[in-house]
Ligand binder design. Structure first.
Ligand SMILES: [Zn+2]
Length: 115
């Protein structure tokens, strides 16, 4: 079993990441961002993919809160799920982007062939 993620760096702040059964059981949600504690709580009963989706969702909660972005919750959920899928389906590209590799080579705009 891999080591748990206990914190993330978001907007220059350390955000704690904790498992909390109560989130799922009592509040009937998968996770929550707690601005007062600068903490993300995730239901530990979720499977790994659900935990990942929930973590990204709560990171977006932190980002919208911290940046003062007013985004309806359904939109935030759609964005976080879409982002999770992009990251999951492009792990090699994500690794290269984060390594600072060049994304595109020299190209020719407008679909022209090299003359
Ligand atoms: Zn939410």
């Amino acid at each position: 079993m891999s080591k748990a993620i206990t914190k993330l760096r978001v907007l220059g702040q350390d955000v704690g990441v904790v498992g909390d059964d109560l989130v799922g059981r009592e509040r009937e949600c998968f996770g929550e961002f707690r601005p007062g504690r600068c903490q993300i709580a995730i239901d530990p009963q979720l499977d790994p993919q659900q935990q990942g989706e929930t973590l990204l969702h709560e990171v977006l909660e932190k980002l919208t809160h911290g940046l003062g972005i007013d985004l309806e919750h359904a939109g935030l959920t759609a964005l976080s799920n879409g982002l999770y899928a992009v990251l999951r389906d492009n792990t090699e590209a994500v690794r290269r982007i984060l390594a600072g590799e060049r994304i595109v080579g020299s190209g020719v705009a407008g679909g022209r062939k090299n003359a």
